[in-house]
Design a protein around this ligand. Structure first.
Ligand SMILES: [Mg+2]
Length: 236
């Protein structure tokens, strides 16, 4: 497999969920519970990425914002054809199940902490999440990774979340780096799109929620299967 020449780069931007923090079990269980309870005729694997994006987006929104945007938020394939109130009922159930599982089932990917501490010796590191920046801070704190990330950008720091390149561009400007000097590591199609629009190098980790074939179609510079392969990309 190809290796990354770290000498070419001065900064690496990490997505949080799906790259550092593994919330996939909590999401999978929440989706499976919903499919079972509401007897839905969908294949959970087909809808996991859109549900993950939805949950990632709303998990730290204030309730009024969720309510005001609920009609648009619930326009997902998973809930297609159902009445608005049924959609709402299923989404609320699913979200509650996710929260129930999240603490117990979620942890950082094995080996990602060691990779981060090594990378920090060579390049600047930042977090870009569509979640709230405070959430990323809490996860980093919990797993003793705070010292490595001086820059954390969440939805509360930008006007447009990923797939907009705004967050990446903001970080590059702060670092005073050219796009060619930075790598963005994400796990979703929205990450690949944001990276492309910002013209940085993109590594995508197919860590479980988005299907590998879908990610491949979006053409990241490098696509790896999991954290183990991600670690092997770097000669450090
Ligand atoms: Mg992610």
């Amino acid at each position: 497999m190809e290796k990354i020449n770290l000498g070419k780069y001065k900064g690496i931007i990490f997505d949080m969920d799906g790259v550092i923090y593994d919330i996939s079990e909590a999401i999978k269980k929440a989706v499976n519970d919903s499919v079972e309870k509401y007897d839905m005729n969908v294949n959970p694997d087909d809808v996991m990425e859109e549900i993950a994006l939805l949950i990632e987006e709303i998990q730290n929104y204030p309730v009024p914002k969720i309510l005001l945007n609920s009609y648009d938020l619930l326009k997902v394939k998973f809930l297609e054809g159902l009445s608005f109130f049924k959609k709402l009922r299923i989404a609320i159930f699913m979200f509650n199940q996710f929260n129930k599982y999240k603490e117990a089932e979620s942890t950082i990917f094995k080996g990602i902490d060691a990779l981060i501490s090594k990378l920090a010796k060579h390049v600047k590191l930042a977090i870009l999440t569509n979640n709230k920046s405070q959430y990323a801070e809490e996860v980093l704190e919990k797993f003793n990774l705070s010292e490595y990330f001086k820059t954390i950008i969440g939805f509360n720091d930008v006007t447009e979340v990923k797939p907009s390149p705004e967050g990446i561009i903001k970080i590059l400007n702060k670092w005073n780096l050219k796009p060619s000097e930075a790598i963005f590591i994400g796990d979703m199609t929205t990450d690949i799109e944001a990276g492309k629009a910002a013209k940085v190098s993109i590594i995508c980790v197919a860590s479980g929620l988005a299907q590998k074939e879908t990610l491949k179609k979006h053409n990241p510079d490098i696509l790896v299967e999991n954290t183990e392969q991600l670690i092997k990309l770097f000669n450090i």
